[in-house]
Design a protein around this ligand. Structure first.
Ligand code: AMP
Length: 195
């Protein structure tokens, strides 16, 4: 398999969520990555949106790197169909490897695991541990309340606009994903083939 054109780490729910649009968008994101010769890096599970995005990337010929702690192999149904399934000892190792293997990060709807991963990528960028683009997909307003909370934090004097400029928030998956890949400097969207 040739070297991937780009590598995107996708954080998303280990559950499918209540709105069928969430699984649809996870499928489209995975298909876009595969169809554009990209690589998906994710948590290595088969359940929920995580399984959907991985299956869609594989179905369209993309590489999938799954990184899962040994203790979660059963609980999160490790995806044995990954191009590479890395079974690691700790959650810290998982997150470090996921960050290292990616050129950009994208958070889809998810639960506290997704929140934690997204906020860690964001805080690491703020601290200068990496300078990779980070996107938050606010699908169907799922993250509206979180974004209001963050605005409240700015009003409360604990954050400022410079931190907001470290992330890209979008309501449409395709322009957001194209922006992340382009900002990572690895492939120009206009040179990528449409699905
Ligand atoms: P969730 O969004 O809660 O469904 O979880 C999505 C993924 O995040 C799952 O693969 C979880 O194992 C993972 N996760 C849960 N807790 C953490 C954590 N503290 N750090 C990183 N990932 C986590």
């Amino acid at each position: 398999m040739p070297t991937p054109a780009f590598s995107v780490c996708v954080y998303c729910g280990s559950r499918p969520g209540a709105d069928p649009a969430f699984a649809e968008v996870a499928d489209q994101v995975g298909r876009w990555i595969g169809a554009h010769g990209g690589q998906l890096v994710y948590g290595g599970g088969r359940s929920g949106l995580m399984g959907v995005v991985a299956d869609a990337t594989l179905a369209t010929g993309g590489r999938v790197v799954g990184v899962i702690p040994r203790a979660l192999v059963e609980r999160e149904h490790a995806h044995r169909g990954c191009t590479e399934l890395l079974i690691v000892d700790t959650m810290h190792e998982r997150k470090r490897l996921m960050a290292e293997r990616a050129d950009a990060f994208l958070a889809l709807p998810g639960g506290i695991g997704t929140f934690e991963e997204f906020f860690e990528a964001w805080t690491w960028r703020q601290l200068g541990y990496h300078d990779k683009p980070i996107g938050l997909l606010n699908q169907n307003g799922y993250y509206d309340a979180l974004l209001r909370f963050v605005e409240g934090s700015m009003a409360g004097g604990f954050m400022d606009g410079s931190q907001m400029r470290l992330i890209e928030v979008g309501t449409a998956w395709e322009p957001l994903l194209q922006h992340l890949v382009s900002a990572a400097g690895l492939a120009q969207p206009d040179r990528l083939h449409a699905i």
